[in-house]
Design a protein around this ligand. Structure first.
Ligand code: PLP
Length: 435
């Protein structure tokens, strides 16, 4: 039976091309997917940067099954269930000191919207309601909702969507291949790019700026690492001007960079941190915002019977997501996964950097279990060469991801050295074959 694929309008997908040659995944286990032809596919991207403990892990599967039978849903407004508190407590303990409060959402995009709203409401609550401007960074990706695309810096995600994107500004991105190409780990050059925030303070005045949001490592615009000292400098400038620093850790959270969070890897603590993806190992949609205690406490004034923050989702802290989240954190802890990218990071770095010198490769970037292999664009067809390499890898039974002309790797944290080698060899073969 051939399935009718026409009704489903697929997200971020070239629908017409896909439906001519569909790639349908039907099963998953550990490091592997299987497709509808029964072919085994090694997962080099943890699904979509989310299945950090590998697929179909028994503890998580059992927790979801048991939770669905015990308590399927509990309203989160003026009501709750115990696992939401338990998960919030566990997340706060995993986070850098001071980020002791957790607001639950259902995705990375919702976490971003929530963090931006907390920033605005916080300044208002402490009597500085003129701080309404939100800042982001060029090439930033913060999901697809209006707040996120406004502070985001990807033109293709912004240009169609009209005038609601106002009230924001952007500092410049940190990508500098002329000085930093083929850096192993954090690039040496570019800490001074954080000073671009001073330019915006001079332009708008600090009294109008609520917050700046950045990804510690930008994933969706091609694996861009923070230069050494850059995040520290951004932190200092924010402190100097009373601007909240938001780290979007939707992809960097949960062990991706070798520590539970990139804030710990790079030694810089933000005021707010957005999470999603690895929070439930990708098994049930969930996001969260970690909030500094002092920010949270600012809201806890006024009459006790009043709602302190007019925000929330029907599925905030959903019981299935909380059960999955708790079992996920147990799995990470039992297997030491949140620091595994530190232990095996040397092998991963050597493997991805061995692609230097292969056809089309103009840069290789890495941190923890994140790799970016940038290809020269084929003239007149930006992104096509990398996409061809993706298709070639898929034919070889290896799933990678491309963004523009960058091949991005973010394997499950359970990956073994031989599997790292297999992914890199598949890319090498593909690069030697694509035009
Ligand atoms: N923020 C960052 C840094 C992301 O990488 C993503 C997704 O890849 C998001 C936000 C959006 O998350 P979601 O797709 O769950 O809404």
């Amino acid at each position: 039976m051939t399935q009718d694929l026409s009704a489903y309008w697929m997200p971020f997908t070239a629908n017409r091309q896909f439906k001519k040659a569909p790639r349908l995944l039907t099963r998953s286990q550990g490091m592997y997917y299987w497709d509808d032809h029964g072919r085994q596919i090694l997962d080099g991207v943890a699904g979509l940067w989310c299945v950090n403990a590998g697929h179909a892990r028994p503890k998580i599967v059992q927790a979801i099954q048991a939770q669905a039978a015990e308590l399927d849903y509990a309203p989160p407004f003026q009501m709750a269930h115990p696992k939401a508190f338990e998960l919030a407590d566990r997340l706060a303990k995993l986070a850098p000191a001071g980020l002791g409060h957790v607001f639950f959402t259902n995705s990375g995009s919702e976490s971003v919207e929530t963090a931006l709203k907390i920033a605005l409401a916080y300044h208002r609550a402490r009597g500085e309601g003129t701080r309404t401007r939100l800042l982001g960074r060029e090439r930033g990706y913060h999901g697809v909702n209006f707040g996120g695309i406004s502070v985001g810096g990807i033109v293709g995600n912004r240009k169609y969507f009209g005038t609601l994107l106002g009230g924001v500004d952007h500092i410049r991105h940190t990508h500098d291949p002329a000085r930093n190409a083929f850096s192993v780990g954090q690039p040496e050059h570019g800490a001074e790019l954080a000073d671009d925030l001073e330019r915006l303070v001079t332009l708008h005045d600090a009294s109008t700026i609520a917050a700046i949001i950045v990804e510690p490592v930008a994933g969706s615009t091609g694996v861009l690492l923070p230069p050494k000292g850059y995040l520290q400098r951004l932190r200092e400038i924010c402190d100097r001007h009373g601007i909240l620093l938001i780290f979007d850790e939707v992809i960097t959270g949960f062990g991706r960079t070798g520590q539970p969070f990139a804030a710990q890897t790079f030694g810089v603590t933000p005021d707010l941190m957005t999470l999603a993806k690895g929070i439930t190992n990708g098994s049930v949609p969930m996001g969260a915002v970690l909030v500094k205690d002092t920010i949270h406490d600012t809201f806890m004034n006024g009459p006790e019977h009043l709602i302190e923050f007019a925000h929330g989702y029907t599925y905030s802290g959903h019981p299935l997501a909380c059960a999955a989240g708790l079992a996920t954190l147990d799995t990470y802890a039992d297997e030491g996964l949140l620091t595994r990218a530190t232990e095996l990071g040397g092998h991963f770095a050597a493997a991805v950097h061995s692609l230097k010198g292969e056809p089309h490769v103009i840069d290789v970037r890495n941190v923890g279990f994140v790799g970016g292999i940038e290809l020269a664009a084929r003239p007149g067809e930006p992104g096509k060469r990398a996409f061809d390499a993706f298709l070639d890898c898929y034919e070889q039974g290896v799933l990678v991801r491309t963004t523009g002309d960058v091949i991005a790797l973010s394997p499950p944290l359970i990956i073994e050295s031989e599997q790292i080698d297999r992914i890199v060899e598949a890319i090498r073969t593909a690069l030697r074959r694509v035009a």
